[in-house]
Design a protein around this ligand. Structure first.
Ligand SMILES: [Zn+2]
Ligand SMILES: [Zn+2]
Length: 182
């Protein structure tokens, strides 16, 4: 994925907008846990701010075949992303210690910039919907679809349950064998 800058780099103050529709670069897929859906649609604005500097602004939407981290249902996620980066016409490899990237010639390579922006748009916990109810930790019922009669897994309930189990253990052998589950 790249943008032609042969014209915009000639005049300070000039800007050029481009819409790119292309397959996702491999770098983008490597930053995301879910299969990305082609094509990537990216709006690119290149501004010549003078002194051999081009500012690249890009925005777009990334779609992927995601799996909800709460209820484990597959769903299609759609996330907006945007990024701004400065490029200077200089020879030499990119240098991590600089706050700009380098380019030479008539094109700027955008694979890394697009990959970083799209990858960063994914939240740590991917949810099928903000209020996803998740799965019952006891019986596995999907709480978005139905309910179950299991005790809610709150700390207090567990404390009560443990008390009961200890009690049963104490009683075991003296009266009721059937009350303690194997
Ligand atoms: Zn969910
Ligand atoms: Zn349940």
């Amino acid at each position: 994925m790249e943008v032609r800058v042969s014209d915009v780099k000639k005049w300070s103050g000039r800007e050029e907008a481009t819409d790119i529709v292309a397959p996702w670069p491999a770098e983008a897929q490597s930053r995301v846990d879910f299969p990305l859906i082609d094509p990537a649609r990216v709006k690119v604005l290149v501004r010549n701010t003078g002194g051999g500097t081009l500012v690249v602004e890009l925005s777009g939407t990334v779609e992927a075949e995601a799996v909800c981290s709460r209820c484990a249902e597959p769903f299609r996620i759609e996330l907006p992303f945007e990024a701004t980066e400065e490029f200077r016409e200089e020879t030499g490899p990119n240098d991590e210690t600089l706050d700009y990237s380098r380019f030479t010639g008539d094109k700027i390579q955008l694979d890394n910039m697009v990959a970083d922006a799209a990858g960063a748009s994914f939240p740590i916990a991917v949810l099928c919907r903000p209020d996803c109810q998740g799965l019952c930790p006891v019986c596995g019922t999907n709480w978005n679809e139905s309910t179950c009669d299991c005790a809610p897994p709150s700390d207090d309930r567990w404390a009560e349950l443990k008390k009961l189990m200890n009690h049963d253990q104490d009683e075991l052998g003296r009266e009721n064998h059937g009350r303690t589950k194997a």
